[in-house]
Design a protein. Sequence first.
Length: 728
Amino acid sequence: MSTHLHNLTAAKKGRTQQSTPIEPPDLEDHFAENTFGIDEMRKRLPKTVFEGMVNSITKSAPLATHDAEIVALTMKEWAIEHGATHFVHWFQPLTGLTAGKHDSFINPTQVGQAVTSLRGRDLIQGEPDASSFPSGGLRATHEARGYTVWDPSSPAFLAENDNGCYLAIPACFVSWTGEALDHKTPLLRSIDALDRQARRVLRLFGEHVERVQTTVGAEQEYYLIDEEFFYRRPDLVNAGRTLIGCAPPKGQQLDDHYFGEIPSRILACMLEAEKELYRLGVPVKTRHNEVAPSQYEVAPVFEISGISSDHQHLIMITLKRIARKHGLVCLLHEKPFAGINGSGKHINWSIATDSGTNLLDPGDTPHENLIFLFFCTAVIRAVYRHQDLLRISVSSAANDHRLGANEAPPAIMSVFLGKTLRDIYDQLINGEELHSGKETDLFLGVTLLPLVPRHTGDRNRTSPFAFTGNKFEFRSVGSSQSLAFPNVVLNVTVAESLDYMATSLRNRLRNKDRHDPEVFRTALLHLVRDVATDSQTIFFEGDNYAEEWHQEAERRGLLNLRTTVDALEVMTSDKNVELFGKYGVLSEAELDSRMEVMLEQYDMSLDIEARTLESMARTAVLPAAAAYLHELTQTCIQAKKAGLSSSDGVLATAEEVNGTINAIRSAIENLNAQLAAEGDDLHAEAVRKRDHVIPAMLQVREAADQLEQLIPGDKWTLPSYTTMLFVH
Ligand code: ADP
Ligand code: MG
């Protein structure tokens, strides 16, 4: 089918796919109806058991075994009433995806009948074979025993399919020896670590709270393209990104896609995905077109970080699944199309008490808000001291395409504060009297229009780590990534800063009247000043894309871990082993294992890409080029026979095609030689992939992209960038 014809059928298909948006009055009723959440528990559980659950959710208190038995029974009844036949411990292995083994509720009895059951111990613990999940050397293949352990802080939910549904029970995944084999376990540990240190700090301020949590709202970018184009591109199927393809004449230069009208087939898909997410209790809130054609964004309202991490997985899974129902494929890869914007996932992160007080909210007079200054300074110190870990937490072969490619923040970490806050830190560091500048309302030049209150600072989208009013936004995270690891890093590094600053403040107040507000204020401001002074090289308010910044950052001694390999080389430094160990988040063996898994994933994903590219170049690009060359040479012969005076133009084109065929042929041979080699260990192999395999792939791509520009559309079998990006 010609591309043109196909475009038509694709568009028609979009029109016939009916989605059923929720009627506005139903929104509230449907929200979270597929979760066994607080409301459902209140309705169904005996009061004491319900209170036990609430305690375990809000205060991380363990649930009594007897209570778990009742919760299991009630949860099963609820799930079966809603059509569930199976239950699954839903966990997040180090693949970065989610996993689970489905068990039926059915148990046959001796008399040929069957009863349904979910015992307390089935709820609390599962036992999947751990040997086929990446463990980074923590487990040998024969050491297969692993456990999944129920995480009561995240509500169980119903995962629906057209033919039924199952009960998904969020869980952690650990080895028989108790080591974490997943992303959830360290996340929960890091939340506890931060909670302990934050409450310690608050006690110094005379505030007693029961629990401090981190809050996270993640903005997810993604592409939607027609599924037929997807299936005609082996690179998209195998690697999630295009390995060849020349830039379209019209890309994103007109900025006409950003926030533009959402094409109707796309909107139908979004509406259906959102409807499912509402029912799962995922508070998706905003949607819009992104900068690049066919790129979109969805963002939920923030939640406490354990739940937002689970919900982020549900967003990715749901987008992928619902896209297929609309004849689309959702691409979550960080860089599906070269030369066109990649996709990220901004993590908006803050710290809040159980009563909902946001500790990073400066209020109207930040210079007087001592709690805010303390917590904000702790975050700044954490980013400064642990630039390496923030970079490590977002590293992957895929994200290397974004970081530093002038569309996403560079691999260099820095903190953007915005004008008001930066002024306050400058005053502090310079020993000046503190005051906050007042932002005046904006007058728009038309008396009819209302005065608009102005934010305390402009935005800076080039910064990897920006203060955005009452939270920090970590922008380097990749679109396909689990939120968990970056979140762990934020939690544990800030916990360490809070610990350090709390101890320092206590020491400064020793032998002084700490209840005297002036004494307390002075000691605190001196501490904040000292910490800010030590960390100030991390402040940067300018353009992070500019080459001058890279030179400036180097002069300042900031880290620039350009690639995943550079980043992973410092992952298990003494500093990092001590940090994760001290706060009980990851043991040395666990940290080591994560580094190995990340290296392994880097190696394997590049291996898959290189093999896919080699095969596409040989089986799709070369045959098309050869066919065209044949046509050109035949034309020359026929032209001569027909007595045409000259066929120089055709001949020159044939030479060009022939030359590029020779070029791609030798590039393929070079790539093959690289594929046949192998490094001595994971690290050596990763270095080889970065330094030799990636350049060899680029060489093949360059020749292939040249051929794409020479060969007529009827011979070029791969959908072009223009087709994939502009046909909705
Ligand atoms: P912006 O457009 O400036 O990025 P939004 O208000 O649209 O800000 O918020 C972006 C994301 O930040 C949303 O997911 C939002 O829920 C989240 N967010 C807002 N406040 C907080 C907070 N206190 N903690 C964590 N995330 C937050
Ligand atoms: Mg934002």
